[in-house]
Write a protein that binds this ligand. Sequence first.
Ligand SMILES: NC(=O)c1ccc[n+]([C@@H]2O[C@H](COP(=O)([O-])OP(=O)(O)OC[C@H]3O[C@@H](n4cnc5c(N)ncnc54)[C@H](O)[C@@H]3O)[C@@H](O)[C@H]2O)c1
Length: 333
Amino acid sequence: MAEPIRVVVTGAAGQIAYSLLYMIARGEVFGKDQPLILHLLDIPPMVGVLEGVVMELSDCALPLLRKVVPTTDPLVGFKDVSAAFLVGAMPRKEGMERKDLLSANVKIFKVQGEALDKVAKKDVKVLVVGNPANTNALVCANYAPSIPRENFSAMTRLDQNRASSQIANKLGVPITHVSNIIIWGNHSSTQYPDASQGKVLINNEWKSVADALGDNAYLEGQFIDTVQKRGAAVIAARKMSSAMSAAKAACDHMHDWWNGTAPGKFVSMGVFSDGSYNSPKDVVFSFPVEIKNKQWKIVENLSVSSFGQTKLDLTAKELQEEKNEALSVLDSN
Ligand SMILES: NC(=O)c1ccc[n+]([C@@H]2O[C@H](COP(=O)([O-])OP(=O)(O)OC[C@H]3O[C@@H](n4cnc5c(N)ncnc54)[C@H](O)[C@@H]3O)[C@@H](O)[C@H]2O)c1
């Protein structure tokens, strides 16, 4: 069997981590032959809860899990890790301004970027889940200059999974028969869920989702609206934010980054923009990507309608504003 790799989950005492840790430790991300040492990072008030999580991981009796390292010290949490799931973040509290939320998170992700820079493996793959995920990833990468910035990403896979699932339900096909649905831009309500490149397997043949559905009004209206507002709908129903589905999406994202995408298929990831599709350079923007040898590549030359371009521009504008706000917080500290 392979040597164990170290994987960190931050926000390890929180609700996403409660599902995520189990999925990772079962081998669903790095493979059934890859032993793991799990690092669990949270903040001092959560130490008691963290102890409970450690007990439960032990009680799961998982064959791949060689050791668990609970800690509140980022320099211990990120030491020698090959993969990092940055889930922990400051949640939005009632009455909190967007700017205050951004400001609190910028500080957290600066500290974590610096710690990754000092002690993580230089080829560490970093997935930011904690919101505002795209801008947190940008800040984190900026404070870890010794790690290539291609190794930092933000999660829009939950949005992609939600979008694919809507299409599969609408067409009455299994979820595995839908692919290439794209999430563009920010993980926020300005994201653009786009089914125009989507493919669906019907009668053993891959067809375009748009042709199979024949309902452009739905794809440009209710479909986008449902995906954009799905997080709020889950909160309204559960009184807590998406956790099981967010954990599954984090596993899907890291799994595909680690293992690659199948030929002709692409997935969406928030990555540093090179200006593709008229997006602003150097913001973390969700694009369709193909992955080979653990390297992602933006899928180029897809046709974007004028309707789509308007949506892309809107989410790009929000990301540029978030970036400017984050930089002003950092400048004033
Ligand atoms: N990108 C996405 O698609 C997506 C989806 C769902 C949720 N989220 C975000 O994921 C984050 C976590 O969600 P949750 O439901 O697990 O929240 P939660 O409140 O249950 O857990 C968050 C945990 O993070 C910890 N934490 C806070 N600051 C920390 C720090 N500096 N270092 C380490 N740990 C820290 C908290 O103590 C807590 O245990 C939130 O920001 C949420 O908005 C993102």
